[in-house]
Design a protein around this ligand. Structure first.
Ligand code: AP5
Length: 205
């Protein structure tokens, strides 16, 4: 199973990706998580990404494409993967197409999670409050000011992917305003409809 979760900040990509990992044993490839780890470890990639991320801007395409192409080559990605936060620009989507083509792999679906802007702001605010209550370190880009910039980056650079994947007949849109459980059910229904789920064993006679 290979799918992309597409959606603005706070739309539930990470939440749904984790549920897919638990249910199907595939891996979650989150460029945001990978970049945050690189920033924390102060690697050369992390040093380049740090200020851009803190300002709600996208990291250059060549950097994220490099990260993803290395990660897809790891043995644990063979069974399948859910891309969470990648691709985010048309050049990234084109690079992914090339990468999959070279490996003779097929993308099963692109699931767009659609959530209205006031709900996104509310969700991120709740996430910050919950993390603070647990004593966890809050993301530097989860402030209202930076979130506004992340949303603007989504609208201008990532939303064109909706058309890109719709043209290629890969896109399915889910109402991300539903509960987490309802969204999961809808994602599973889409995966079944595109034939991405393993066929069930025939019942014993
Ligand atoms: P990234 O880490 O990808 O962040 P994001 O896309 O802004 O998304 P979030 O992690 O904030 O939200 P999410 O959609 O995963 O929602 P979640 O499940 O957490 O990117 C961060 C930065 O890294 C970027 O700004 C950029 O700088 C850089 N970057 C990353 N990838 C890049 C790329 N490919 N190219 C260039 N730069 C890149 O849910 C949010 C909250 O809502 C949670 O508290 C959750 O519990 C709750 N929630 C979820 N679903 C529901 C629901 N249905 N109902 C109610 N609450 C819900």
């Amino acid at each position: 199973m290979r799918l992309i979760l597409l959606g603005p900040p706070g739309s539930g990509k990470g939440t749904q990706a984790q549920r897919l990992v638990q249910r199907y044993g595939i891996v979650q490839l989150s460029t945001g998580e990978m970049l945050r780890a690189a920033v924390a470890a102060e690697t050369p990639v992390g040093l380049k990404a740090k200020d851009l991320m803190a300002n709600g801007q996208l990291v250059p395409d060549d950097i994220v494409v490099g990260i993803i192409s290395d990660r897809i080559d790891q043995p644990d990605a063979v069974k399948g993967f859910v891309l969470d936060g990648f691709p985010r620009t048309v050049p990234q989507a084109e690079a992914l197409d090339e990468l999959l083509k070279r490996k003779h792999l097929k993308l099963d679906a692109v699931v767009e999670l659609r959530v209205n802007e006031s709900a996104l702001l509310q969700r991120v605010e709740t996430r910050v409050a919950e993390m603070r209550a647990r004593g966890e370190e809050v993301r530097v880009d989860d402030t209202p000011e930076v979130l506004t910039k992340r949303l603007a980056a989504y609208r201008s650079q990532t939303e064109p992917l909706i058309h890109y994947y719709s043209e290629r007949r890969k896109l399915a849109t889910v109402d991300g305003m539903m509960t987490i459980e309802q969204v999961t059910r809808e994602v599973n229904r889409i995966l079944a409809a595109v034939g991405a789920l393993e066929p069930q064993a025939a019942p014993a006679r």
